[in-house]
Design a protein around this ligand. Structure first.
Ligand SMILES: C[S@@+](CC[C@H](N)C(=O)[O-])C[C@H]1O[C@@H](n2cnc3c(N)ncnc32)[C@H](O)[C@@H]1O
Ligand SMILES: [Mg+2]
Length: 220
């Protein structure tokens, strides 16, 4: 199939801006080889995560939805040298692949992968009084309303919040959608509307992964 202009532009910018490196390329190759779905963030979006983590000076990052660790590595590249990431993943096969990729990229000592449903892991992090200055939500979208509630409990003041895949080809507008992912995002956005502690925006994107977008916010 012929590539869309925005896919070609993504490739052009990825190349010209020198986005990606050996660790990230190897992660994608290993993911494909092990049959993981190609639903990682794109290289340009991943670089945005790196830059946001660096701008924040992030020291403790929580990621919900690891897959093969592509976005985890992007976040690790932006966090402070002594920073730590806790990343939550339901599928043991994904977590095992992520473990390999994260080690190859050089971040084994700075990343903890917790295997299991995120809604079981998040209360444990809270019981342990862990807190995070950067939270990236990118797992099962129907649970986003729960994830934002946990994010509020686990965020340190001024924490950055990023939630991926909130536009879904514009389906987010469809109040009658029968897709539970769309309804999860709609409820999530309604919670943000009511939640004064979160100051947020939504950025629509086109690129390698089509038409989608993300929410970017700060937890006050
Ligand atoms: C979109 S992928 C994550 C992509 C990754 N953040 C990246 O950009 O490289 C979503 C991941 O969330 C995991 N997942 C789905 N439901 C989950 C749950 N309830 N708890 C934890 N992880 C879950 C899936 O197995 C999948 O690996
Ligand atoms: Mg995503």
């Amino acid at each position: 199939m012929e590539k869309q202009t925005w896919q070609l532009v993504d490739s052009y910018m990825t190349e010209r801006l020198r986005i990606g490196d050996e660790g990230l390329d190897a992660a994608l190759a290993n993911n494909r080889q092990k049959g993981l779905p190609a639903i990682d963030v794109s290289p340009t979006q991943g670089k945005l995560l790196t830059l946001l983590a660096r701008m924040k000076g992030a020291k403790r990052i929580l990621e919900i939805g690891t897959l093969g660790g592509y976005s985890t590595i992007c976040l690790a590249q932006g966090m402070s040298d002594t920073g730590k990431i806790v990343t939550l993943e339901y599928e043991p096969k994904h977590a095992a692949c992520a473990k390999e990729n994260i080690a190859f990229a050089g971040y084994a000592d700075q990343v903890d992968i917790i295997i299991g449903p995120a809604l079981e892991s998040l209360p444990i992090l809270h019981e342990q009084q862990q807190s995070f200055d950067f939270i990236f939500i990118d797992a099962d979208k129907p649970n986003n309303p729960h994830y934002v509630k946990w994010a509020l409990k686990l965020a340190s003041p001024g924490a950055v919040l990023v939630a991926d895949n909130v536009i879904r080809d514009g389906e987010v507008l469809n109040r009658h959608s029968t897709d539970p992912r769309v309804q999860g995002i709609r409820t999530f956005v309604e919670l943000l509307e009511q939640e004064e502690r979160i100051e947020a925006t939504a950025i629509q994107t086109v690129g390698e992964k089509g038409y989608d977008g993300f929410i970017l916010g700060i937890v006050h």
